[in-house]
Design a protein around this ligand. Structure first.
Ligand code: SF4
Length: 444
């Protein structure tokens, strides 16, 4: 059978989609990029905020049209949307033939084949019952030189705005030996950068009671696989980003000095309403520690504006904090309300228009900060991993200080007299220009 799979959402979903693709290929199905030619279309959905849920629904409806215009006979909706909305989504989307929750990714072949294992219209077992990914789990690797590596699933925290623990269950760390085996196989297959993902990567191993390996241990082992292999971790937490992790990153050149630490807000009252344990002074101290130990390090964070109870004064405090820290990369979300969130019951909901205004103000502020932070690379020579060649003589890549998909890019233009380059190659690049979020350079 020809299958077309559409992945939406975050890097963790991307890994789930690659595993579903691997399982389907192993079962003899063919994957096609053309939805017209597919007998089955799968949409791996996202719904962490309202916009993401809307995008998922629009994508499902657009895919349903191939039942009329293409060969599609079976439309499968997988992932977070059916997990969150269960019966409601089944009733709202009669176009879909099958629903597969986050605890049932391993049964994708049965869902496609319609075998007796999946006789019903949906499979929604609890996410904690999903057998953990192992090195033997089939997975279709991405085309480019970068791959995500999931080191844990689920989250044990209770941020009041977040639905993830309900959709993905408790934190379950993969055994270190298993992760290392997968990492070695990916490096042998030509992957040049591994990006570790999980709901809270800096808490890797904390769910095991046996005092086993934690993120610093895992990073040490991963960095020894190949000194040319970049290792980066995303989705950290300021509370669990330990000194041991910082020291490990500082001591190994192939561990990216890049810290993704979503803070969500900088006012203590709002942080408490969010159910976050952090305190702004601790975040200041942490950032100072990172920059003192690794002056070249890049910092990324995300914040939510318009959270229930956020006043003009709270927002002004957040603005001051963002100015004072000068993060290299910043993502700003407006608060997304839903009845199944603990934050829904809080007093003082902020009108959506005000939240949007605050987001735009903060993004304009960050544009200036980012531009100034980018200028520090001017004239420097840095390694760039080439990921695309959109036209002859132009390559798109990233430095260690730019994460895939969420940060800017580095444009590399070799001079005519220079040898040809190839996607997947690291190139020593002299930065000749800087833009608001991107860098421009030429090979040394
Ligand atoms: S730590 Fe992250 S994934 Fe966990 S509940 Fe908070 S926001 Fe959600």
């Amino acid at each position: 059978m020809h299958i077309h799979l559409i992945n939406l959402g975050c890097a963790r979903n991307q890994v789930d989609s690659e595993i579903m693709t691997g399982r389907l290929k192993q079962a003899g199905h063919r994957i096609t990029n053309d939805p017209e030619k597919a007998e089955t279309i799968i949409i791996n959905t996202c719904c962490f905020i309202e916009d993401a849920a809307d995008e998922s629904i629009d994508t499902i409806l657009a895919a349903a049209a191939y039942k009329e215009t293409g060969r599609c006979q079976r439309l499968i909706v997988a992932g977070c949307l059916p997990e969150r909305y269960r019966e409601d989504v089944q009733q709202a989307l009669p176009e879909a033939d099958f629903f597969l929750g986050t605890g049932a990714y391993d049964r994708i072949v049965a869902a496609v084949d319609g075998t007796p294992e999946a006789p019903l219209k949906c499979l929604l077992p609890h996410p904690d019952t999903l057998p953990p990914q192992t090195v033997d789990t089939p997975r279709a690797l991405p085309q480019g030189p970068m791959a995500y590596l999931k080191i844990s699933e689920g989250c044990d925290r209770h941020c009041t705005f977040c639905i993830i623990p309900r959709l993905r269950g408790h934190q379950k760390s993969r055994p270190m030996a298993d992760i290392l085996q997968e990492a070695r196989a990916m490096a042998a297959a030509g992957i040049k950068e591994l990006v570790l993902v999980g709901q809270e990567t800096t808490r890797y191993g904390h769910d095991r009671q046996d005092g086993g390996p934690q993120l610093a241990d895992l990073l040490t082992e991963l960095s020894a696989i190949d000194e040319a292999l970049w290792i980066r971790f995303m989705y950290g937490h300021p509370e669990s980003l330990s000194d041991a992790i910082l020291e490990t990153v500082a001591s190994r050149p192939n561990l990216c000095a890049y810290f993704d630490i979503p803070i969500q807000h900088a006012n203590i009252e709002i942080l408490r309403r969010m159910g976050r344990p952090d305190d702004p002074q601790h975040i200041h101290t942490l950032v100072k520690r990172i920059r003192t130990r690794m002056p070249a390090a890049a910092l990324r964070t995300t914040v939510i504006v318009g959270f229930p109870g956020e006043t003009e004064a709270h927002f002004a405090e957040l603005q001051e904090f963002i100015d004072a820290i000068a993060f290299d990369h910043l993502g700003v979300f407006t608060y997304s309300d839903a009845e199944d969130l603990a934050s829904h019951r809080l007093e003082g909901h902020v009108p959506a228009e005000i939240a949007r205004e605050r987001r735009d103000i903060l993004m304009a502020q960050q544009r200036r900060i980012s531009e100034a932070r980018m200028e520090r690379y001017l004239g420097q020579t840095v390694d760039v991993l080439l990921e695309e060649c959109p036209e002859p003589g132009l390559y798109l890549g990233r430095t260690m200080f730019q994460a895939p998909e969420v940060d800017g890019l580095t444009y590399v233009r070799p001079r005519e007299s220079q040898p040809a380059l190839a996607v997947g190659q690291f190139v020593r690049t002299r930065i000749t220009d800087t833009l608001e979020y991107d860098l421009v350079g030429e090979p040394e």
